[in-house]
Design a protein around this ligand. Sequence first.
Ligand code: RP5
Length: 168
Amino acid sequence: MPMPEESPLPLPVLEDYDEVGPLVGIIIGSESDREAIEPAGIELDERGISWELRVLSAHRDPRAVAEYASTAALRGTRVLIAGAGMAAALPGVVAAYTDLPVIGVPLTSSKSVMGGLDALLSIVQMPPGVPVACVSVNGARNAAILAAKILAQGGGYPGTPGRPTAEL
Ligand code: RP5
């Protein structure tokens, strides 16, 4: 019986990422968001939770966002944090491509309206059926804490079987 040909990777973007992903994937819409999202990584590090950061814009790189979001669960990632400013479509677009919980972080950018109210409304006003959790404007640390709480519900938190132990 002929063997089936080895199937190609489902999406080319997988080649760019470690096969096994971290527990938490953090995405920001621009390099200019990096400083504002840093507290999330610091908090996750302190909790011994693995994470990665990708800069992917829903408006400028929509295909890359779709590919990252739709492959995250396959790589073992359990929660996604998406931070963006202005018309912050990123968390909603990510949620459209994954069943993983998505935590949106509205960010202030130099071009924000009312200190980030534009991003807050863009993230929190998701249509029925596509929920995104939303923390405060520039609430990156809270996003990480919420991610940790979500992970603690599913037995996948560090210290539970199958995950590395960590000082909590
Ligand atoms: C959003 O537009 C980004 O998340 C950022 O907060 C804002 C401005 O982006 P840059 O023009 O600085 O790249 O998409």
